[in-house]
Ligand binder design. Structure first.
Ligand code: GRF
Length: 219
């Protein structure tokens, strides 16, 4: 996939870590342009930590409850990332708002996956809100992080249909499956340098021919 050195990635997690697992699986291929250098959780009991350790990866816990304010927590996270020689950070279900200091320190080296087609449905409960609005397509987005929540240059998106009878759980499961394909693909684009931040947009070089529009429901 790339001839250059693999970018050292830190993955920040808070929960079960299924997206982290997808990144680990992709990075297990030595031709993937990134390697997972550290998995860091703010929650000591996060299931993601066990999954990462089982894959033989270094893990760290920086418990936010041990810090008096957000910035001292963020500085401890930053120190752990630097100590692991991390060059690029992936948020993967990391449930803490990062301070502007952290976001600026990692500017254009910090990416996130969000379970909606941004800029629609920023924030929480995206699947419930999409269902309430009756949208026919929903999905997920990998974007470069800016200080404002769920805002930043979009690297890649995946769309899934909303089908008759969906509830938030069935829709979440369909989106999550798309997330597991999208995040490694977006990380590969970003880590290899094919996706480059240009102002508040991401330019992709060597873009493949666009597929036909996804029309849902199909006639
Ligand atoms: C995913 O839906 C992701 O888009 C959101 O948080 C969830 C994390 O799930 N940011 P997991 O821990 O990766 O399984």
């Amino acid at each position: 996939m790339t001839a250059g050195p693999r970018r050292r990635v830190g993955v920040l997690v808070s929960g079960r870590g299924s997206n982290m697992a997808a990144l680990i699986e992709a990075a297990a291929d030595s031709s993937f342009p990134a390697e997972i250098a550290l998995v860091l959780s703010n929650r000591p009991g996060a299931g993601a930590l066990d999954r990462a350790a089982a894959a033989g990866l270094p893990t760290a816990v920086v418990d936010h409850k041990a810090y008096p304010d957000r910035e001292s927590f963020d500085r401890a996270v930053h120190a752990a990332l630097v100590a692991a020689n991390v060059k690029l950070v992936c948020l993967a279900g990391f449930m803490r708002l990062l301070t502007p200091w952290f976001v600026e320190t990692w500017r254009d080296r910090l990416i996130n996956i969000h379970p909606a087609l941004l800029p629609a449905y920023k924030g929480l409960h995206t699947h419930e809100r999409a269902l309430a609005d009756g949208v026919k397509l929903h999905g997920c987005t990998v974007h470069v992080v800016r200080a404002e929540m769920d805002v930043g240059p979009i690297i890649a998106q995946a769309a899934v249909p909303v089908v008759e009878g969906d509830d938030p759980d069935s829709l979440a499961a369909r989106v999550l499956k798309a997330e597991h394909a999208l995040y490694p693909a977006a990380l590969a684009l970003f880590a290899s340098g094919r996706a480059v931040v240009d102002g508040e947009r991401v330019r992709i070089s060597g873009e493949p021919a666009a597929p036909p529009a996804l029309v849902w429901p199909a006639a």
